[in-house]
Design a protein around this ligand. Sequence first.
Ligand SMILES: [Zn+2]
Ligand SMILES: [Zn+2]
Length: 449
Amino acid sequence: MNASTVRFLLFSVIGLCPLISVSAFGQSPARPEPPGWFAGDAHVHRGIGCGRANEKEMLTPQQLLDMMQVNDLAVISVLADAGNGEIKYADQDLAMIDGKDNPASTPEHIIHWDAEWHYDPEGVTFEKKMIGGHLILLGLKQGGQPFAQYTYPIFDWAKKQGGIAGFAHMQYLPFAFYGPPDGIPTSLDCCAPLEYPVETALGSAAFLMEDVHGSDTALEAYYRILNTGFRPGLVASTDYSCNYNEPLGTLLTYVRIPDGHLTYDQWIDGLAKGRTVVSRNAHTEFLDLKVNDASGPGDEIHLSSYQPVRVRIEWRSVHNDQGRIELVQNGSVVASKLAETGPGAPAVFETTLTFRRSGWLAARRMDWQSGHRSHTGAVYVIVNDAPIRASASDARFFVSWIDNLLKQSSPGGEWSNFFSHGRDAAQERYRKAREIFLQREMEARQQGN
Ligand SMILES: [Zn+2]
Ligand SMILES: [Zn+2]
């Protein structure tokens, strides 16, 4: 053992070196995230279609492993097309879903087959269609080709296998500059997640995902649903090769695994529990949010009365950069700082703020041209055990959203032809979710929000 090995081990054990920050979990110096966090891309396709439409062969597990190196990813979910089969060859991918890591995986790099399900109402034409959105199904034990005219049976299919489910393509939702109906999708495209409020309210959606290039409209949608008291995980990923073939992990999600031991199940469990930080800047930056010293994304803190909360945000980057660190409380930016960061020199922003009533906090790093570059999942702040009902108007927004779904899916409605046998069951879901948002609107008013 030579001197540098000794020094390496020393730093590994006591973690004192700020520049190389090699951790007890063996993470490399080039990574911006602290120990216990693992970067992955939960939405990757290897088949023929999208940016690989002219290819003859599907990517092999070994090729995927090599592609993970570009952004040094710990996990990728390789998604079979369990829907209309637009990405070929779906049958080969579906057969590879077995609930296990692919044999090409290594202890630090997990390749795992799962599925995306969709039947687009617009765009690529197939006989069957549905309007609910593109559904990401993770933690499956086996493949299959279920069909339904609405989201829930597909989510239920995944759940019965012990999996979790969420909505892709949150970035395709319209931006809401004015009040409703602004922000509510009133026309159809390939992929917008029209049923995300329904299945989030009814507890079957575990996460919301921005992908391809992402956008701040995904955040608007995330903030609104948090303001009504729901807690989906925030996820970003590439949708390779439907992202113009940009490298795996160009958009990625960091997941905190409490015991620091990486497994696929632990990683997707972190997505569902909201222990995430997302980056649209590949594996180059990380936002470390700590509330009252110890709590981070996905955690809940309890206050017995109106009292200040301490917030510390560390923007860590593997290269020199500048931008704005912003603190978001219940969907509004309440504090910010223009900052510079670089390797071994994270930007730190500390502040305190108060919560009169239950709510949530998140941090984001903004670029003046392209919006959020990184964003943390929410930390939930519970005051006097009251539930989070942070905005009556956001609850009302979702009531209006669902009113539109009900109207357009009814006979005579513009989307009516997407429903035949499935209409009653779909509308029953819509009505149940609508009741919940109505109730929460009332409760938010009672709280004075
Ligand atoms: Zn999709
Ligand atoms: Zn996809």
